[in-house]
Ligand binder design. Sequence first.
Ligand SMILES: [Zn+2]
Length: 385
Amino acid sequence: MPNAPLPKELLRLLKLQLPQMLATLRRFVEAESPSLEKAAVDRCCSVIAREWTKHGTRVERMAQKQRGDILRITHAPSKSRPSGQLLVLGHYDTVYSSGTLQKIPFRVSAGKAYGPGVFDMKAGIVQALFALQALQQAEIPLSKRVVFLWTSDEEIGSEASRRLLEAEARRSDAVFVLEPSFGPRGLLKTSRRGVGKAELIVHGRASHAGLAPQEGINAIHELARQLARIEKWNDLRRGITINAGIIEGGTRTNVIPERARVVVDLRALRVSDMRSLEGRLRDLRPLQSGARLEITGGFDRPPLERKMSATLFACAKMLANQMNLSLGECTVGGGSDGNFTAALGIPTLDGLGAVGDGAHSSHEHVLINTMPARAALLAALLATN
Ligand SMILES: [Zn+2]
């Protein structure tokens, strides 16, 4: 258990740092980092690395071929041998292409800081940086090694960084994800739905719609019947959704189509539901004789089940109380890298980053005054776990 005044003391120190936090945030936001533009992302990587190097931590830059480089920063307790590891996880890529800054410059107005990627999630990285600085300044001994991992391709599915972040998570006792919190009260994301994508292609047989309809097998008709079936699997109460998002097929109205295709978005709140959805998809059989189904895909991000964050959330709530802050939680539909770490069985707490709104939009912003408390909360979590 922590000393009662620890979060309060951290908060006091961090409130004094707010101007520096904002200046750092500006530097990070002004280094644009679209996931798909390696040269730009790498430049941003250098800017972030420079700030962390100032803090006497070990900064490793892991070169990536196609995506931006990944930063791994290690803070080891100075005296004792570390008794484990904590992972602080985030991404510094954004969904905005280069040049967005000209349309949406970094600016501060009415207590909010605006700019591309400011909320999702550069402010989170700033908060982590100052959380570490506060721990050093207050000379709070940590019992565990802390690894900060800043990845560069989360917004496009984490294909390049997934193995690395999973390996780091396996070595850790807990994972703190600095994705944005939810809503103006800054709710933590204690459960996230798993997300997937599946493609269903129906192969039929082409024929003349007027002269030889009996020889055709209509792939579109077959696909429509399959979709009517799949649609019934939706179960909002259980957090299961299936959405046909793309559909195509056919060539001309007088031709019986030999091929039709649909791509569906899949989401589930429980690992068991994810498995059963994948099973049901694989078990689909054609309803028309002669038709053939080709089914590929499945879940890319498994669900983050609440049981994986319950203990850490209780701890965060207790620490927040000590700063006279009430901390809430929520379930969200979208996935993050926290879904991967939780699926490995590592306790994971997500949504610990900035408080604000408008992720992926032109009004993306963070509430400036919340930054010190969020940084203090992270610092206190690192000191307590
Ligand atoms: Zn994000």
